[in-house]
Design a protein around this ligand. Structure first.
Ligand code: ZN
Length: 506
């Protein structure tokens, strides 16, 4: 008996979050340093979203047609060259792969390039030119995605992470692949609706663990999956460091040939989001206030959360705002501070550990947000900056800080790195022998993942209000393209209604 021919499923990824308020432009080197796989190299990948997709396709005896997988640490918008190269290569490989039965794309949802604020919508439009309107296409997204009309119209289904901190890239890949196969098998016919509310908040209260406002909305969303009312639900906490007219958070529902239910669920989630908006705003402190409060707490570490300089949100990581305050207040207890500064790191590598020299530190990559510090410091360690991620999207994969060093002024130790890298836990500190448990103050530059690295040892975490492109609150940000009204600039909007995007509106 002849075997049924196996399905040919193409798989590709361009995954990055792009800051339009600051940060450094993203070039091809950023992807080469992080992850750039082609063809068969993709088939070896057994972690992350692509690993999850591949696992399901293998289990169902589908033939995987690998295209291009390009991921990088969040940063500024892609340069025109970088965008053209990655998009061009993915599309060419797709043309070469035809005919196929379906396409899986692992995208972020908040990528931008010079010339387009909606890299994903632009990519999907180009993909549809090649595949035509009927090929089943499922896209996985970060839950910080900016959902656009083009994405809802051009993909058969959009499936976002369910967790933040992001622990579920692999299982989201599995969800996406299963849904695609069910569509191809004719078991389901997706109808998708997204309802958006103009709520733009930082990530401090955006966790899905515990009883926070976002966790509550996510549980409500997932109840519609568990009841069988929806094939997939997502709650999107839009990445607020884009500057686009149609930014919004809210709910996305995919039902099986039931547009009315998709619309009802999406609107219910968006209204819930709007009702919770005040709970998403954090309490913030100046560095001086936070240090004073920290000194009143017995023991350590106390985390000084400088969210405005978050490499994981696209900032350069080169701020010294909190470091400056620790030095000015002459803190004599051990402190750890990370600073990205390639020139300073290079200078450190010209000296031998044990030597003392003067050095300029900070604001070298993105000078919009502050002045460098002039220090006389002792060099205590150097490294090539290699480390390995212990979780998150790049779980198990290598990270690359580039030439790195530890500088010491009194009891304050500074980890100086050449490249911005994603903060999952404390891998960067650990790789140079810096241990947070021994410190009184640790400066962390991520609004959420400090819960992963330090939750069992931290005595307190204080959220700082400092200059930078990834601030804890958007209250004071001057957007160029985003129009008011939006929360938190406007606390209430008369006759407010969510904006609806529907896959069946052509
Ligand atoms: Zn995210």
């Amino acid at each position: 008996m002849a075997e049924a021919p196996s399905l040919r499923i193409a798989l590709g990824s361009i995954f990055i979050e792009c800051n339009q308020l600051g940060g450094v432009p993203t070039d091809l080197g950023c992807f080469e340093r992080c992850e750039l796989r082609r063809g068969d190299e993709i088939l070896k990948q057994d972690t992350g979203v692509v690993g999850g997709m591949s696992g399901v396709l293998r289990e169902r005896q589908s033939e995987i047609v690998p295209l291009l997988v390009a991921t990088a640490c969040p940063s500024g918008a892609l340069t025109a060259d970088c965008h053209a190269q990655l998009k061009g290569e993915l599309l060419q490989r797709l043309r070469d792969a035809l005919p196929i039965d379906g396409l899986l794309l692992a995208l972020h949802g908040a990528a931008a390039a010079n010339g387009t604020g909606d890299l994903e919508g632009d990519l999907l439009a180009a993909v549809r030119e090649i595949t035509g309107p009927d090929l089943p296409i499922v896209v996985t997204l970060d839950l910080h995605a900016h959902i656009t009309e083009a994405m809802v119209r051009l993909a058969d289904a959009l499936v976002a992470w369910e967790t933040y901190p992001h622990r579920d890239a692999f299982t989201t890949g599995e969800r996406g692949a299963r849904l695609l196969l069910d569509i191809i098998d004719g078991k389901v016919r997706p109808t998708m609706a997204m309802a958006k509310v103009p709520v733009l908040t930082g990530s401090v209260h955006g966790n899905t663990e515990g009883d926070g406002p976002f966790a509550e909305i996510m549980r409500q969303a997932k109840s519609h999956e568990h009841s069988g009312a929806a094939l997939s639900t997502s709650v999107l906490h839009v990445y607020p460091y884009l500057d686009l007219p149609d930014l919004g958070s809210g709910g996305l529902a995919i039902t099986n040939d039931d547009p009315a239910a998709a619309e009802r669920i999406a609107i219910e989630l968006a209204n819930h989001y709007w009702a919770k908006r005040f709970d998403m705003e954090p309490e913030v402190f100046t560095p001086a206030e936070a240090i004073k409060r920290g000194l009143a707490i017995e023991g350590g570490p106390v985390l000084l959360v400088e969210t405005a300089d978050c490499c994981g949100g696209g900032a350069a990581g080169d701020s010294v705002a909190t470091l400056r305050q620790l030095l000015e207040m002459d803190i004599r207890e051990p402190c750890l501070v990370p600073v990205v500064d390639p020139e300073a790191a290079q200078r450190c590598h010209e000296h031998a550990p044990g030597s003392t020299f003067s050095i300029s530190l900070g604001h070298a990559l993105d000078p919009r947000w502050g002045e460098p510090l002039q220090l006389t410091a002792e060099l205590t360690a150097i490294s090539n900056g290699a480390f390995r991620y212990t979780g998150g999207f790049w779980n198990g994969q290598p990270g690359d800080m580039g030439a790195s060093a530890v500088l010491k002024v009194g009891a304050i130790q500074m980890l100086v790195m050449s490249n911005p890298t994603y903060d999952w836990a404390d891998e960067q500190f650990q790789s140079l022998g810096l241990h947070a448990k021994d410190a009184k103050f640790v400066v962390v530059k991520n609004p959420m993942n400090f819960r992963v690295g330090y939750q069992h040892i931290a005595k307190a975490a204080l959220i700082l209000d400092t200059p930078g492109p990834t601030p804890a609150t958007l209250r004071g940000v001057r957007y160029q393209n985003l129009q008011r009204p939006y929360f938190p600039a406007d606390e209430d909007i008369p006759e407010f209604k969510p904006v609806l995007l529907r896959s069946w509106d052509v």
